[in-house]
Design a protein around this ligand. Structure first.
Ligand SMILES: [Ca+2]
Ligand SMILES: [Ca+2]
Length: 327
């Protein structure tokens, strides 16, 4: 296995003195020796003339081999991402698959210039100060509903509803209109993704609502015969339009809604990697550059209830930069 030996040699652990020196260099803004800072991740934005700011990229890396050689901590809590200056740590969030050949990690890159390639690095085995993975720091909106309190990130509960966050889920159940608005705001273009399960009644939605204006888009399951619904509403977006596809059931569903230009382009499936339905509505005006919040709700004259497992919103670009891991 010559490649592995070569890699092992390259990723040799730093001595205590070297680690102290690296800490000093990082603190003082000196570039670190590039061969010591791990796996190069090439971000190719050459197909997009626009510069991207605070852009989340998805990185799929093999942490199994680095953990098996002892170079990386078994739980990956020494993973760091370093910007192209060789110095600045980037916010990231490990979505899944630590200690597998396909670990899925989101990294927020402060600046990706238009029409160029840029290289950042994944580092490990160098910083023992503990885990830095944070969905909150990485996404524009992130909630895994894991701390048992919904008022930390959501507001405006409607008096007709029952709300609870427990067991990693938020549950909304309505005898009428039941909704929560995200405290955090974000701007378009963006992607909203969520995992949701209806457990009673007909109706649940996830909306992106323009702050202080009557424009919004929604996706979910409506009370029109339990159909998959995507909808636009508002003066600028061109009036109400509902799209119908098939019926649905009480299974867990994952949704992804790309919200950009004059489009609301959504996908749904048991998991997003295996979506089975999609549709698009178009607006009269561009959704980009406006300020939004997210709204989750159930709405039924009788009784509708749903559980959400997670929700997150990130920036969106068309085309997205392509990512190459040089591992
Ligand atoms: Ca919470
Ligand atoms: Ca959860």
């Amino acid at each position: 296995m010559p490649r592995k030996e070569e890699k092992k040699e390259k990723k040799e652990k730093l001595s205590k003195e070297q680690k102290i020196e690296r800490k000093r260099q990082r603190k003082e803004g000196e570039p670190l020796p590039i061969e010591e800072i791990g796996i190069p991740i090439q971000i190719d934005n050459s197909a997009n003339s626009n510069a991207l700011t605070e852009h989340q990229i998805k990185v799929i890396v093999d942490t199994q081999s680095t953990i098996s050689t002892g170079e990386m901590h078994p739980n990956g809590d020494d993973i760091r991402f370093v910007d192209s200056d060789g110095n600045t740590y980037l916010s990231y969030w490990i979505e899944s698959g630590i200690n597998t050949a396909e670990t899925k990690i989101w990294v927020k890159v402060p600046s990706i210039p238009g029409a160029v390639m840029k290289t950042i690095h994944m580092e490990y085995g160098q910083d023992d100060s503990g885990p830095m993975s944070s969905g909150q720091d990485t996404f524009m909106l992130f909630d895994d509903f894991n701390d048992g309190i919904y008022t930390d990130k959501w507001t405006n509960p409607h008096p007709q509803g029952n709300y609870s966050e427990s067991g990693g889920l938020i549950k909304l159940q309505s005898a009428g209109y039941c909704s929560l608005d995200s405290i955090k705001r974000f701007t378009g273009p963006c992607v909203l993704e969520t995992r949701v399960q209806r457990f009673t009644g007909y109706d649940y939605r996830v909306n992106i609502v323009e702050y202080s204006k009557d424009n919004e888009v929604e996706l979910g399951i409506g009370n029109y015969g339990r159909n998959f619904v995507i909808r636009k509403r508002g003066v600028d977006f061109g009036g109400e339009k509902v799209m119908f596809l098939d019926g649905s059931n009480n299974d867990w569903k994952e949704y992804s809604g790309q919200f950009y230009g004059n489009k609301w382009n959504v996908y749904r499936g048991p998991i997003l990697e295996n979506w089975d339905r999609n549709d698009t509505v178009e607006f009269d005006a561009s959704a980009d550059g406006r300020e939004y919040y997210a709204r989750i709700f159930t709405h039924e004259a009788g009784d509708s209830g749903a559980n959400w497992d997670w929700i997150r919103v990130r920036n969106f670009a068309l085309p997205e930069p392509t990512i190459t891991i040089q591992q």
